[in-house]
Design a protein around this ligand. Structure first.
Ligand code: ADP
Length: 194
């Protein structure tokens, strides 16, 4: 069938716009797992670190214990360069002996009835970790339930913030986000909310 050349070029232009959209906006897959984040094979696992970046308890302790000295050495390099990591911000290091390729260390806020804007700071942890993953061309990332352990952030509120922030993120490279829940309570909350 004869088609007018202009009609063809309009069709091609429309198609290339669709392709451009598909190339720049990814629909991220969200997965939920119950278990230990140090065992997850993804491009990056996120650590709920503290501002010193020198390791601590909870998930931070587990990551440094199993990942080994290589991670701490790079954390010390980051500290020497920029003096630790502020609440809500994120830095990236190697993953030592862990199955993941990288560790993104973010510092969650300590819960204080939202008097210091902890809800916004927790949101920043997720956004800044996702951005850092994209800047490093990573396509899969796993999060623990940041701030819900030693830092006592209310679990349901933290889960709502984590899920909403990830769903709203405009991904260009990331393809999959895994929420790794260590305790039953978080796992059931995430299952209900995702
Ligand atoms: P925070 O100081 O940010 O509260 P914690 O490490 O104390 O950090 O706790 C954050 C979350 O990580 C908690 O929900 C805790 O149950 C969970 N957690 C502890 N160890 C692990 C682990 N090995 N893998 C995944 N999550 C973990």
């Amino acid at each position: 069938m004869y088609e007018h050349p202009r009609r063809i070029s309009v069709k091609l232009a429309a198609k290339s716009n669709v392709l451009r959209f598909l190339n720049t906006h990814k629909i991220m897959k969200i997965e939920l797992l119950k278990g230990d984040i140090t065992k997850i094979e993804v491009d990056a696992i996120v650590n709920a670190a503290n501002t010193s970046l020198l390791g601590g308890g909870g998930v931070d302790g587990a990551i440094h214990k199993i990942g080994g000295k290589q991670i701490l050495d790079e954390c010390i390099e980051v500290r020497n360069r920029q003096g630790g990591c502020k609440v809500g911000e994120a830095v990236i290091t190697n993953a030592g002996k862990l199955p993941a390729k990288k560790v993104i260390h973010t510092v969650g806020p300590k819960w204080n009835n939202n008097k210091s804007d902890e809800e916004q700071k927790l949101k920043n942890c997720y956004v800044n970790s996702l951005k850092l993953a994209e800047e490093n061309a990573l396509s899969t990332i796993a999060f623990p339930n940041i701030s819900t352990g030693i830092y006592k952030f209310p679990k349901e509120k933290a889960a709502e913030i984590a899920i909403k922030t990830v769903k709203e993120f405009d991904a260009k490279i990331l393809e999959k986000v895994v929420f790794v829940c260590f305790d039953d309570e978080n796992f059931h909350l995430y299952k209900k909310l995702i």
